[in-house]
Ligand binder design. Structure first.
Ligand SMILES: *Cc1c(COP(=O)(O)O)cnc(C)c1O
Length: 396
């Protein structure tokens, strides 16, 4: 297939054409099991019939109405998010990066208007990922995404993830925001230590710093809780969501408590498509389906199964030095013998008709749909086992 898309993507040869639940078919009709949910997005499976129905229903009513007007689906979705979280207000965007952009701008504006004009430093963690706008790549802790794009926005400092000493050393009155992923996703599926998050909360309160949890990947049921902050029982001031929020329909959100919400006054920030009725209507349906005891229970049950399977396999042929994660966000870190071969392993999986992900060069990531059924999961694990055996045989 001739490629007309800009060269920043390295597409696989396989081109998906059709999908249903946790199965994907390519343009040749070959069937794949998807244990990636298209990077933690299609959390209710591909082409979920209830979402399709909702999309069609809203498409007949109104698609877009501009932010000159409010609309029913966006208010209903915002109310759902408020009723089920710490938040009191919501800003809708179209992506994770834009949601983080809004969060970071809000934190600076709030400090500027209500505390101190020079309180503008943003702290984030090395190896974090917060999106690809210039502001969010700068805040993200990975040099490779920043190189060549300078000059970069200023007053942004990186500390080590899970390092409590760094929190004590670098948080002070000049800092306006600390942004953390409760589990570093792209950075290698690394869960935060509870004590790190607790100390972050304490110090942010002490110095009036906005604690932002980037839950673009960990939110919307991924950990078995609606949002990961509930799992850790540490409440942020601002939370960002995207990926699974629309289950594949583009939408992002920034959730904020009463105090910080005051940072945005009329005209301070905006978006053309953010909060449009079509996206919000689909996301509202997705929210109701995800915020459901049985579904969240399935996350825990299937997570346990995958973990047991991975640990069992790893006992026989030690591929991984660590198998970790929460709920259905699971990472396997390759041991020294296979160092930085995650990409090769993911490609081998694809040859075995299985879609999995990498998270950095040394970790494979498994993030299936939250509603994956036993049959599809078993099929996926069989293909995974076959992939591991193929992989090991290459290094004998
Ligand atoms: C994917 C991701 C983003 C970026 O989301 P986009 O929709 O690609 O802008 C930001 N933060 C985290 C933690 C992510 O996983």
């Amino acid at each position: 297939m001739k490629n007309y898309i800009t060269g920043n993507f390295i597409f696989e040869k396989m081109v998906p054409k059709k999908a249903k639940g946790s199965k994907v078919w390519d343009i040749k009709g070959i069937e794949y099991i998807d244990l990636s949910s298209a990077i933690a997005v299609n959390s209710l499976g591909h082409c979920n019939p209830k979402l399709i129905r909702q999309l069609n229903k809203q498409a007949q009513l109104i698609w877009h109405s501009s932010n000159i007007f409010t609309n029913l689906p966006s208010q209903q979705l915002a109310q759902k998010l408020v009723d089920n979280t710490f938040a009191k207000k919501v800003f809708f965007a179209n992506s994770g990066a834009e949601s983080n952009e809004a969060a970071l701008k809000l934190a600076r504006k709030y400090s500027h208007d209500f505390i101190n004009k020079d309180k503008n430093q943003i702290i984030s963690c090395y190896n974090s990922f917060h999106g690809r706008t210039l502001f969010t790549v700068t805040v993200g802790g990975q040099k490779k995404y920043q190189e060549g794009f300078g000059p970069l926005p200023k007053s942004i400092l990186h500390i080590e993830y899970n390092n409590q000493e760094h929190l004590k050393k670098y948080l002070n009155d000049n800092v306006c925001a600390l942004i953390i992923e409760p589990i570093q996703g792209e950075g290698g599926v690394i869960p935060a230590h509870l004590e790190f998050l607790k100390l972050a909360r304490r110090l942010c309160t002490k110095y009036k710093i906005a604690l932002i949890f980037d839950e673009v990947q960990t939110g919307m049921g991924r950990t078995g809780k609606l949002f990961a902050y509930e799992y850790f029982q540490v409440t942020p001031d601002i939370l960002t969501s995207a990926k699974a929020l629309g289950c594949g329909f583009p939408i992002g959100a920034m959730l904020v408590n009463e105090t910080l919400a005051k940072g945005f006054s009329a005209g301070d920030h905006g978006t053309t498509l953010g909060g449009n009725p079509l996206a919000c209507s689909v996301a509202l349906k997705a929210f109701n389906l995800i915020n459901n005891k049985k579904l969240l229970e399935n996350v825990k049950i299937q997570s346990k199964k995958i973990m047991e399977f991975l640990n069992k396999i790893n006992k026989i042929n030690t591929l991984f030095k660590d198998i970790r994660g929460i709920g259905l966000l699971i990472g396997c870190e390759l041991n020294e013998k296979y160092e930085n071969k995650a990409n090769f392993l993911v490609k081998l999986a694809l040859k075995n008709n299985l879609i999995i992900l990498q998270a950095g060069n040394n970790v494979i990531r498994i993030a299936p749909a939250l509603n994956i059924n036993n049959a599809d999961l078993n099929l996926g694990m069989q293909k995974l086992e076959k992939t591991f055996i193929n992989f090991i045989s290459q290094y004998k």
